[in-house]
Design a protein around this ligand. Structure first.
Ligand code: FM0
Length: 332
């Protein structure tokens, strides 16, 4: 038997960050997180299970992938095989339209597309919640990319992770908010998000404060999204990002993802607000900055950000949709 499915998933940017795990192997987080899915950056993945194969193969942008990245893919496929009860191998072909240099975790769109295509190809008929729960075990932030619009990852309480998956808070068409990805550096980051969050959980005295601040941030940002209130959503997202990054400064040894230009872009965004433009920043586990703004300010925001010394590119995105399937084929 040979069964193929193809899926497309968009990346997402967290407005309330996922930062800390309570279970590393199951990828269970210490806090709920909330993100907006972005239409500008996505991964398309074709998975072909074939009884004739003796092992998995993984191609990214038409090049064979080996090492750690390959292992994460095969380990994920093991979960899919286990769930389906079918010990067959696959060929995985992914095309990434996520500029890694833009500082987006391509793992979010990557694992969401892989989960969708592989579960479908192997014959699993999963609900969105079940798919999100499966995707989580590839990469935490990816579980939010199953959904378009705004999604919240419920951390769950159970030890087996069965109640830890994302849900949609508002669909894509609820609110035309925009995100500019400000590119500063294409250098690989020194501390991966996986290692960074582990070190923070284990050593940062600020970690408890971070966790305690989450429920009120979540409540306020959900209210802001419901009211399409960029001042509220932006202010909470910016403050939440700063709290996450503050935990890294308290870690042992301390670290930061910021570069000098990161701080300059943050100040530029604050200056835009002083001029009456509602623009707000957020930063993941890397030096690049994402800026939230409204459509009517697109030109000004883009021009202003491009003028910052040290900024190499600015990529714009709208709110994106959830998983889409692009065609299946089964040859018996
Ligand atoms: O996206 O160890 O998903 O909420 O991007 O694979 O579960 O790469 F800023 C950091 C990304 C976390 C915030 O973590 O980790 C967010 C972050 P994994 P991810």
């Amino acid at each position: 038997m040979k069964a193929t499915a193809k899926a497309k998933a968009h990346t997402n940017i967290a407005l309330i960050k996922y930062w800390g795990k309570r279970n590393e192997s199951l990828i269970l987080p210490t806090n709920n997180s909330l993100s907006v899915t972005l239409d500008g950056f996505y991964t398309t993945t074709n998975v072909s299970f074939d009884e004739g194969l003796t092992h998995d193969t993984f191609y990214l942008n038409d090049e064979v992938v080996e090492g750690e990245q390959y292992h994460r893919v095969t380990q994920f496929l093991d979960l899919v095989r286990q769930l389906a009860g079918k010990p067959i191998h696959a060929q995985v072909r992914s095309i990434n339209a996520v500029p890694t240099a833009a500082g987006f975790a391509s793992s979010a769109s990557g694992f969401a597309a892989l989960a969708a295509a592989s579960s479908r190809a192997i014959g699993l008929d999963l609900s969105d919640s079940e798919l999100s729960r499966l995707t989580r075990q590839g990469s935490g932030s990816a579980c939010r990319s199953i959904f378009g619009g705004f999604a919240e990852w419920e951390k769950g309480e159970k030890e087996d992770g069965s109640d830890s998956f994302a849900i949609q808070i508002a669909p894509k068409d609820h609110w035309d908010i925009r995100v500019a990805a400000v590119v500063l550096s294409s250098k690989m980051k020194k501390v991966s998000s996986r290692a960074g969050m582990r070190r923070t959980v284990e050593t940062s005295p600020f970690f408890n404060g971070w966790i305690e601040s989450i429920p009120s941030d979540l409540e306020a940002i959900k209210q802001g999204i419901a009211n399409r209130d960029i001042e509220q959503v932006g202010a909470i997202a910016e403050a939440n990002c700063l709290k996450m990054h503050a935990t890294t400064l308290g870690a042992s040894p301390p670290f930061t993802y910021w570069l000098d230009t990161t701080v300059t872009v943050m100040q530029t965004v604050q200056q835009l607000r002083e001029q009456g433009i509602p623009a707000y920043f957020t930063i993941d586990a890397g030096p690049n900055v994402k800026v939230l703004y409204l459509p009517e300010h697109e030109q000004l925001v883009q021009t202003t950000l491009r003028e910052v010394p040290g900024v190499t590119d600015v990529k714009l995105s709208r709110v994106g949709q959830g998983i889409t399937y692009l065609g299946d084929e089964t040859i018996v």
